[in-house]
Design a protein around this ligand. Structure first.
Ligand code: SF4
Length: 153
């Protein structure tokens, strides 16, 4: 899905001036919503981040650049501030979200579509209270979020 979205964006050819403003949400005046699927992928490989995360911006933007580029969510891949691309952006987004919802339905995986900081902070809140000898490595908090709800019986 990410490859398809990337290809569709490439074909549309939006202009990017690399201002980094789109990842500073409050300053730019928008919110990045992601699904629990995207959060899971992001949290698997994104670098460590400082908590709590606010709605103001993404902790993975460093010096104006994305440090989680390979795992960045759909909104990051599809959104560009180029006004000439606005209509195509909506089409690509709607198609991608529809595909994600279809996957969620097919696998009875629930659907959680929330602002980025909700997932990043939830991962912290769900950190397991594990005590271990000094020689043991504690589990990474970023992997502690139960992103896909268990099936109801
Ligand atoms: S994941 Fe990367 S592209 Fe997406 S908001 Fe964060 S810094 Fe920006």
């Amino acid at each position: 899905m990410y490859a398809d979205a990337d290809a569709a964006v490439r074909a549309a050819g939006p202009r990017c001036e690399a201002s980094g403003k789109c990842c500073r949400f409050t300053e730019y005046g928008h919110t990045l919503f992601i699904s629990h699927f995207e959060a899971e992928i992001l949290l698997e490989s994104a670098p460590a981040y400082t908590q709590p995360v606010t709605r103001d911006g993404c902790p993975f933007q460093v010096s104006g650049l994305c440090t989680a580029r390979d795992a960045r969510p759909l909104g990051c891949r599809i959104y560009f501030c180029d006004p000439a691309y606005a209509d195509r952006m909506v089409e690509i987004t709607e198609l991608a979200i529809a595909r994600l919802k279809a996957i969620a339905n097919e696998h009875d995986a629930g659907w959680n579509y929330s602002p980025l900081h909700h997932f990043l902070n939830a991962a912290v809140r769900e950190r397991p209270a594990v005590s271990a000898p000094d020689s043991m490595t504690l589990p990474d908090a970023r992997h502690a979020l139960p992103l896909v709800p268990p099936p109801t019986i």
